[in-house]
Ligand binder design. Structure first.
Ligand SMILES: Nc1nc2c(ncn2[C@@H]2O[C@H](COP(=O)(O)OP(=O)(O)OP(=O)(O)O)[C@@H](O)[C@H]2O)c(=O)[nH]1
Ligand SMILES: [Mg+2]
Length: 580
């Protein structure tokens, strides 16, 4: 549970988003009940300068304590690396709320460039809430000025973020008298920042990932198991996009927070974890609205994207042919259009995707109108391309060669099957969405018989509507198919969900009544599955038996016979076996 103060920090940050601009030298916090002279005294704190070598002068510390005792509230100042006071904040007896640090965005730096020096009226030590502020806001340093009226002396306790073997964590120093603080401030911060940068880099070494992400799933529907399966797939998608996944969070609240999707407490945990691991982005398993993306990235100072955008991004990387490229750009623009509100920053945040592979930097500045024009022109181009496809199709239909289309969940082994059957070399890989473009090959049977086989883009749950729309053109070819080979990865314990999802998408494409043959692929891995997940193994075997599915290993040519026989039986039922 976040502490009361933790919550109030978040709330104050939320609130301050709405207050777009503020006069620079305003005193922050609740000033009600203060006399004008007291407010003026607080405002005068903005004129102070601290020499770079010191964290705070003794004189200024004395003044803060004095004012604090006068108004009986905590007072804090945020000081930048040049020793200038950037924020003066008034709290209450027990704490203070740091405003949004708009002029000090974090960017890629490990520390904010601001230190907090604040008074503790009751001589209490650095608290949990202090440490939360420190790590959440990544302050350079936090100093509590403690004051005991009996001794009439100021003591100091400091805390800072330090790299440790398990990631950055907060260190709290001992309480000491002001005179005995021995800190060469500028150098200390410089070295600390360098150490933190080094440790984050070292942690993420290995595969040079473009981004480091924390996955978040927030759902009110379904079981926990479903959420876990789905996030596991999101992890695979991230891997395909060469994103390093650092951690995952699943939250199943009673209702969804409309602004941040996850609850505020969870949000805080996520941000702290992001800090610890040096994450650069959050990926949500659920679709986010444009407003949610904006709120979350403003709040966390991390890029936030959803599953659809991740899939779009993968497609953008993978598109090879003109057809594929046109379709992906079309899908990206269609995804973007309703999300444009006309502000440059928001646009680039959305378009940037991962490592900025949106439809191009110059297009970022184009307005809705131009995007619409572009969509129209891409659609024309696509129509042109599909005309060529139509002609080829017509030829095939005329030649009355049976057409078999391979469909199935992504990574099921569709392209491998096509390759093995037709001895060709369509690109296959153990990543999602290896295939974006349909490939067509001939499969020859003896006695001059042949069928045409097409490989298609893999399906996935929550395929973004814009993508499905864009790929409808290529998937049009499925309409001509005499038979759909629905390839299932039998070694995947979630095979049933995959089958359902594929069936659902086929229905959506109005292909529900096409003759279909279920192919259970990767049978070579079943022995392993039997050991690791016996129940899944029994389920898949049972399923294949009851639905008349054919077990194969697409990587092994010799396992193809039952499939070839079945094809032959379906297309040339009168012929006796042609297979050797
Ligand atoms: N062990 C084993 N691996 C297989 C088999 N068939 C395919 N694979 C592997 O599964 C991975 C995915 O194969 P692809 O043929 O690219 O799958 P796909 O269905 O075309 O995938 P997308 O194009 O991404 O939708 C590759 O690493 C293949 O080598 C099989 O029978 N056994
Ligand atoms: Mg493929």
């Amino acid at each position: 549970m976040p502490s009361a103060r933790g919550r109030s920090i978040l709330k104050s940050i939320f609130r301050s988003w709405q207050q777009r601009s503020h006069p620079i030298k305003e005193v922050f916090g609740n000033l009600t009940g203060l006399k004008t002279s007291q407010i003026q005294a607080l405002e005068r704190l903005y004129r102070r300068r601290i020499p770079q070598a010191e964290f705070c002068t003794q004189e200024l510390a004395g003044r803060l304590v004095e004012l604090s005792l006068d108004i009986r509230r905590q007072i804090g100042i945020l000081v930048n690396r040049s020793g200038m006071v950037e924020y003066v904040i008034v709290g209450d007896e027990r704490g203070l709320v740091i405003p949004e640090l708009r002029d000090y965005p974090l960017g890629k730096r490990p520390l904010r460039g601001l230190r907090l020096i604040h008074t503790h009226l009751k001589n209490e030590q650095v608290s949990e809430d202090d440490l939360t502020d420190l790590s959440l806001l990544r302050l350079d340093l936090l100093a509590a000025l403690l004051f005991s009226p009996e001794k009439r002396r100021i003591s100091v306790q400091m805390a800072w973020i330090s790299p440790t073997s398990s990631g950055p964590s907060t260190i709290t120093g001992a309480i000491t008298t002001f005179e005995r603080v021995d800190l060469e401030c500028a150098r200390f911060l410089e070295e600390l920042e360098a150490d933190l940068s080094r440790s984050t880099r070292a942690k993420s070494s290995g595969v040079e990932a473009l981004e480091r992400a924390i996955l978040v799933s927030v759902t009110v529907e379904g079981t926990r198991q479903e959420a876990e399966d789905s996030i596991m797939e999101l992890r695979e998608l991230a891997r395909t996009a060469q994103i390093e996944v650092l951690d995952e969070f699943i939250q199943r609240p009673r209702s969804i927070n409309p602004r941040f999707v996850m609850g505020e407490g969870k949000m805080r945990d996520v941000v702290i974890r992001a800090l610890q691991h040096g994450a650069t982005m959050l990926i949500f398993d659920q679709e986010l609205t444009p407003a949610q993306i904006r709120s979350i990235s403003a709040m966390t100072e991390l890029k936030a994207i959803d599953r659809s955008q991740l899939i779009l991004d993968i497609f953008a990387r993978r598109a090879q042919t003109l057809d594929g490229k046109v379709q992906v750009e079309l899908a990206q623009l269609k995804y973007l259009l309703p999300r444009l509100t006309g502000r440059g920053v928001q646009m680039s945040r959305l378009m940037g995707g991962i490592g900025g592979r949106g439809p191009g930097e110059t297009k970022l500045e184009t307005d809705r109108r131009r995007i619409r024009d572009r969509i129209a022109s891409l659609e024309r181009e696509l129509k042109e391309l599909s005309r060529g496809r139509d002609q080829r199709r017509r030829k095939r239909v005329k030649a009355s060669v049976p057409i078999v289309s391979i469909v199935g969940y992504t990574n099921a082994g569709k392209s491998t099957l096509l390759n093995t059957l037709t001895k060709s070399r369509v690109f296959t890989e153990d990543l999602l969405f290896a295939t974006l473009d349909t490939s067509t090959r001939r499969l020859r049977f003896p006695l001059e018989r042949e069928v045409i086989i097409t490989d298609t883009v893999g399906f996935i749950r929550s395929l973004p509507a814009s993508l499905l729309g864009a790929f409808k053109a290529t998937l049009e070819e499925l309409r001509d198919a005499d038979l759909l080979l629905h390839v299932v990865d039998a070694s995947n314990p979630r095979f049933e969900t995959h089958i359902q999802q594929v069936n659902r998408i086929l229905d959506e494409l109005e292909l529900g009544d096409k003759p279909r043959l279920l192919i259970f692929n990767k049978s070579d891995l079943l022995a392993k599955l039997k050991k690791s997940d016996t129940i899944a193994f029994l389920r898949v075997r049972q399923f294949a038996r009851t639905c008349g599915g054919i077990m194969i290993a697409a990587t092994d040519r010799t396992s193809m016979s039952p499939l070839l026989e079945e094809l032959q039986r379906r297309f040339w039922p009168d012929e006796s076996s042609l297979i050797d």
